[in-house]
Design a protein around this ligand. Structure first.
Ligand SMILES: Nc1ncnc2c1ncn2[C@@H]1O[C@H](COP(=O)(O)OP(=O)(O)OP(=O)(O)O)[C@@H](O)[C@H]1O
Ligand SMILES: [Mg+2]
Length: 298
């Protein structure tokens, strides 16, 4: 008769296997942590070189200008599809790798839009060594060196609760509701780290903080400003295809103001319109979602 039941043996052998597996993963984690701490020095000093060598793309001339701009406050007023998200995602990633414990928050008119930035950053990760980051979430990327990038809802209360933020990025800043109130929360968050602020957008209403930052020299004279029209971003200078642009211009012939805003990146309000841009924008809530027709007509 056996001294120990074979089921007990199987049980303990499984336990031992899973214990060994946990130890192995723990050791792997420690190795990644060590590698990440060491690697800080190896990442290029120049974010442009980082894009070329590690992310495998050649930044355009206007992207180079933004990537190398070390100003504390930056606004970039760029045409649609000129490469804002692509370029900024690379820049945020470079910041996080270059400095340990670097904390970034990403804001946009809706959490859905800020998740797009996180998705872009996540899409670059397979190009980098495995030890760089932990498994990303839809709203957060954490790095082994203690840095992190988080997408937050654009509520001043949530932002006030965030300690020690090194960089705040606002995408489509011109379309963020209650942007002035939000900005107050943002600058106090940056105060303890002497951090940086970066906003990109196609121009929206003139009644926005983004407009003031782009134009008001008296109050925002220290803000570094970038402007990119569609002409600066047509192939080979940028990613815009000339063929589709011509079609788009024809389609927007009845709304030339929209063309000027979205493609020329100018603050252009439709002077013949009955309702102004500022009023229309105030009525839009990007956080609302459409109900499917089936719910309405069931
Ligand atoms: N330097 C580059 N090299 C190669 N492709 C690029 C480059 N910059 C941008 N792209 C590509 O161009 C396209 C548009 O880029 P992106 O989405 O970043 O533009 P955007 O200005 O954020 O657009 P939107 O106005 O819709 O928010 C993407 O497919 C992106 O991968
Ligand atoms: Mg974008």
């Amino acid at each position: 008769m056996p001294l120990i039941d074979s089921r007990v043996c199987d049980y303990w052998s499984e336990e031992l296997k899973s214990f060994k597996e946990r130890i192995r993963r723990l050791e792997e984690g420690i190795e990644r942590l060590k590698a990440a701490r060491e690697a800080g020095k190896e990442w290029p000093e120049d974010p442009v070189e980082f894009c070329q060598k590690f992310l495998g793309f050649e930044p355009t001339a206007y992207q180079v200008k933004l990537l190398r701009d070390s100003s504390q406050f930056i606004v970039a007023r760029w045409a649609r599809q000129s490469g804002k998200t692509h370029c900024v995602a690379a820049l945020l990633l470079w910041h996080c790798l270059k400095k340990q414990g670097f904390s970034i928050i990403v804001l946009a008119p809706s959490i859905r839009q800020s998740k797009i930035i996180i998705r872009k950053i996540t899409s670059f990760l397979p190009r980098l060594p495995k030890y760089v980051s932990l498994r990303p979430y839809k709203t957060k990327v954490e790095f082994y060196n203690g840095s992190r990038i988080q997408a937050l809802p654009n509520s001043p209360e949530t932002i006030r609760g965030e300690p020690s933020v090194n960089l705040v990025y606002e995408d489509e800043a011109s379309y963020i509701r209650d942007d002035k109130e939000l900005h107050q929360a943002v600058i106090f968050t940056l105060a303890t780290t002497n951090g940086r602020f970066l906003a990109t957008s196609t121009p929206g209403s003139r009644d926005s903080l983004f407009y003031a930052m782009c134009t008001d020299d008296q109050n925002y004279g220290d803000v570094s400003r970038h402007h990119v029209s569609f002409e600066d971003a047509i192939e080979p200078k940028g990613p815009l295809k000339p063929e589709i642009l011509e079609k788009l211009r024809k389609q927007l012939a009845s709304d030339p103001w929209r063309w000027r805003r979205e493609m020329m990146a100018e603050f252009a309000d439709d002077e013949d319109a009955w309702l102004g841009m500022a009023l229309i924008q105030k009525c839009v809530d990007e956080n609302l979602e459409y109900l499917p027709d089936s719910t309405l007509f069931a």
